[in-house]
Design a binder for this molecule. Structure first.
Ligand code: UDP
Ligand code: MG
Length: 333
């Protein structure tokens, strides 16, 4: 897990004169934004000399955008990217990574489940020379048993299938050096499983443990079906095993059928013909049919993702950006 990624850092850095970018994807977060800025800004003021907070309004249906713009009028270091619709958290994070100008980049949730106070510890470790400082959730007692079990199952499955090692109990909350973000920008895939991509790029990594509190206000937009699809995205994006395994299953089934045929021929030669075997025949047909459907379905999962990639659609569409001079900042901003 996290600890074995710890290596001796190369050179110490100095935060002086360096800028930190926070990336905050926000979807229907009107209830919690005031509190978010209230807690985040003092932490940033205390630990770095320059910062920007890039908020991505991911097609919210509530007052998230006007609240963000109001905060931007108060503090111009808050920048806002307004998506044309809801593209999902992973894509919102990607947009933030594309736009971030800082030397250190910190993606975090706005619901205060990623405590802002941890950032100062992240910056300390970055100064020590680490390129990626990720938050390790040590206390998950507030998550349900089912969620903890399924999550553990997912991580062990993911790590056994894929070539990259993804530490469990780690979210998107982390600090990355600019180098790491430049590397992430070179990954063009449309299926954005950020945790996997973060693990894929590597670099010198270290964990900082923290207790993950409850959401401060508002409610989560993740449902189990969404989590299932998310997990599927993760596995298919980082492992070919689910699709390759079918050649072995097919080969095994063919070999078994051949042996069984041999047995039948020998038995008929030795003991004569009998009429038994219809029930087992039905079982074989049904089982074989099920396996074929599973194989075709797995094939479909990959083919549909290939289709997503070849369409070459942009990952997201921005309606407007507030805080970048080259854009036409409208009205009061
Ligand atoms: N989020 C987003 N787009 C979405 C769903 C969520 O930008 O379609 C943001 C949300 O505003 C929050 C973060 O992603 O800042 C995490 O979402 P949430 O708290 O609902 O997830 P959970 O903490 O329950 O995993
Ligand atoms: Mg949350």
């Amino acid at each position: 897990m996290g600890a074995n990624l710890e290596v001796t850092p190369a050179t110490r850095r100095d935060r002086c004169g360096k800028c930190l970018s926070v990336i905050a994807p926000s979807y229907n977060e009107a209830a919690v934004l005031d509190l978010f800025f209230e807690q985040l800004e003092p932490v940033l003021d205390a630990c770095v000399t320059a910062y920007e907070i890039i908020c991505i309004n991911d097609g919210s249906r509530d007052a998230t955008l006007p609240i963000l713009l109001a905060h931007r009028r108060r503090n111009p270091r808050i920048k806002v990217i307004d998506f044309s619709r809801n593209f999902g958290k992973e894509v919102a994070l990607t947009a933030g990574l594309d736009a971030a100008e800082g030397d250190m980049i910190v993606p975090m949730d706005v619901d205060l489940q990623d405590p802002p106070s941890v950032i100062s510890e992240f910056v300390d470790r970055w100064e020590d020379g680490y390129d990626v400082v990720y938050g390790l959730r040590v206390d998950r007692s507030r998550d349900t048993l089912f969620k903890r079990l399924t999550s553990r199952l997912f991580y062990s499955l993911f790590n056994s299938l894929s070539t990259v090692d993804m530490p469990g109990d780690v979210g998107d909350f982390r600090l990355m050096d600019r180098e790491v973000v430049l590397a992430l920008r070179r990954l063009p895939e449309r299926s954005r499983f950020m945790k996997g991509l973060f693990a894929w790029v590597g670099f010198r990594q270290v964990a900082v443990p923290y207790a993950r509190p409850e959401r401060a206000a508002g409610k989560t937009s993740w449902r189990y079906l969404k989590l299932w699809n998310f997990a599927l995205d993760g596995v298919t994006a980082f492992s070919g095993a689910p699709i390759r395994v079918w050649s072995y299953v097919g080969g095994g089934a063919a070999a078994a059928a051949f042996l069984w045929a041999l047995v039948i021929v020998l038995r008929t030669l030795m003991f004569g013909r009998d009429q038994a075997g219809y029930p087992s025949l039905a079982v074989f047909i049904l089982g074989g049919f099920g396996l074929q459907m599973l194989a075709i379905g797995t094939l479909g999962e990959y083919v549909s993702r290939i289709y997503q990639e070849v369409k070459q659609r942009p990952l997201y569409l921005i309606r407007s950006r507030f805080g970048w001079e080259q854009d036409a900042d409208t009205g009061q901003n």
